[in-house]
Design a protein around this ligand. Structure first.
Ligand SMILES: Cc1cc2nc3c(=O)[nH]c(=O)nc-3n(C[C@H](O)[C@H](O)[C@H](O)COP(=O)(O)OP(=O)(O)OC[C@H]3O[C@@H](n4cnc5c(N)ncnc54)[C@H](O)[C@@H]3O)c2cc1C
Length: 374
């Protein structure tokens, strides 16, 4: 583990450390985040052997999926909750009782690493899947470590590498700092600055809270009015994402359907003016942003916490995009390629959804392979 830590700090892995890839396998799972690991666990439970029956590939240097890259100050149990992976309780682990004083990225990385080892899931990393092609019988998965032929492909690449930043006139001329969520490291990077946070989700709220008292001032803009709700409406958001995925439309923003939690902390922050959102500005200028009514706010930095798109770049050769811009997926399965599964996509893109994806997808995969479901 110390060695892989070293790699995470930037050291290139030695050739001897790099994993040996199989030439062919029944199933390739791309991604060892929550969705990919959950699929792998269920595949194993249904009788497939890690290594020969299925291979899990991940480009990250360490365990933890996207969590290994999240910022140091993020803790479990504040804004963000991570659901346990299937079978985690059997090895005595649960995020519900995990240490909330340590960075979430360290805790998740360690738990996932112990999980992979305990269940022998044999994740092959770091392996970058560059492109996937199809020949009528199966897929060729081209990676930076060589090709793998597979009958079935499960893509569970998450969203972390595909932050979405909306276009605003003048953005390129803005002289201040501009980052998107994955580039955020620490509030200290914004000490003394006038910071604009854009976006109506949990990450935006987290940034504003961290910046309070560190930045010279904060400003919050959102596309829709912010709604604090007693009960976050997850079911409705999942239903809307499912509808869009089935129809091949671009996925709707999750937070627009859920609302933000009306915790005492959030309500107090709204009361003191920190969590009060203005509507979106119309354009950006070198030193700030301007609204359609002509009003102007000077800002030194903009943090775009404006959501993510699914990481599907490696699937581009399969031509999955529908005219509407989305990808047609039902129950985690591509409606274009019956042997292609997208775990953690659309309605499955939450920590509960990514976990459930494992069972749903693995059962269909095993049925597709013509094996009896145990
Ligand atoms: C800051 C933050 C906090 C969040 N908190 C919550 C929360 O509290 N609750 C919630 O429901 N959701 C939360 N989410 C959403 C969260 O991302 C999902 O819930 C879930 O963790 C995603 O799991 P995943 O397996 O789909 O993706 P990931 O964890 O992103 O895993 C995908 C894996 O695929 C690998 N990969 C991708 N492409 C390739 C490739 N071409 N080749 C090889 N490997 C590849 C990546 O390296 C990565 O390890 C949060 C998101 C962010 C940004």
């Amino acid at each position: 583990m110390a060695e892989s830590r070293e790699r995470a700090r930037g050291g290139a892995p030695k050739l001897s450390e790099l994993p040996e890839l199989p030439e062919r396998t029944d199933v390739v799972v791309v991604g060892a985040g929550q969705a990919g690991l959950s699929v792998a666990w269920h595949l194993k439970r249904l009788g497939l052997e890690p290594g020969t029956g299925f291979a899990v590939l991940d480009r990250g240097p360490e365990a933890g999926g996207a969590w290994q890259f999240r910022w140091e100050s993020l803790r479990l149990g504040t804004a963000h909750k991570v659901d346990d992976l299937p079978g985690m309780n059997r090895i005595g682990l649960s995020f519900a009782t995990a240490d909330r004083t340590r960075p979430a990225r360290d805790v998740v990385r360690e738990y996932y690493e112990r999980y992979e080892q305990a269940f022998g899931l044999r994740v092959l990393r770091p392996v970058e899947v560059e492109r996937v092609t199809e020949d009528g019988h199966g897929f060729t998965v081209a990676t930076d470590r060589g090709d793998i032929a597979t009958r079935v492909l499960v893509s569970a690449g998450g969203t972390w590498t595909r932050p979405f930043v909306p276009h605003y006139a003048g953005a390129a001329d803005f002289r201040g700092v501009q980052i998107a969520t994955p580039q955020y490291r620490s509030a200290d990077d914004f000490a003394g600055m006038r910071v604009l946070v854009v976006g109506g989700g949990t990450s935006a709220v987290g940034f504003l809270k961290e910046l309070e008292g560190v930045a010279a001032s904060t400003l919050w803009t959102t596309r829709r009015p912010v709604e604090f709700v007693e009960e976050v409406r997850g079911t409705e958001a999942v239903r809307r994402a499912d509808e869009a995925a089935r129809a091949g439309r671009p996925l709707p923003s999750i937070v627009s359907g859920t609302g933000l939690p009306a915790t005492p902390e959030n309500l107090a922050a709204a009361e003191r003016g920190l969590l009060v959102a203005r509507p979106m500005f119309a354009s950006m200028e070198p030193d700030g942003v301007r609204w359609a009514d002509g009003s102007f706010a000077p800002v030194d930095a903009v943090i775009w916490a404006t959501g993510f798109r699914a990481e599907l770049t490696h699937l581009a050769p399969l031509g999955l995009r529908e005219p509407g811009g989305g990808v047609r997926v039902e129950g985690g399965r591509s409606l274009r390629h019956p042997r292609l599964f997208l775990a953690g996509y659309g309605p499955q893109a939450s920590t509960i959804g990514a976990n459930r994806a494992g069972r749903t997808v693995a059962r269909q995969v095993v049925a597709e392979l013509g094996q009896p479901v145990r």
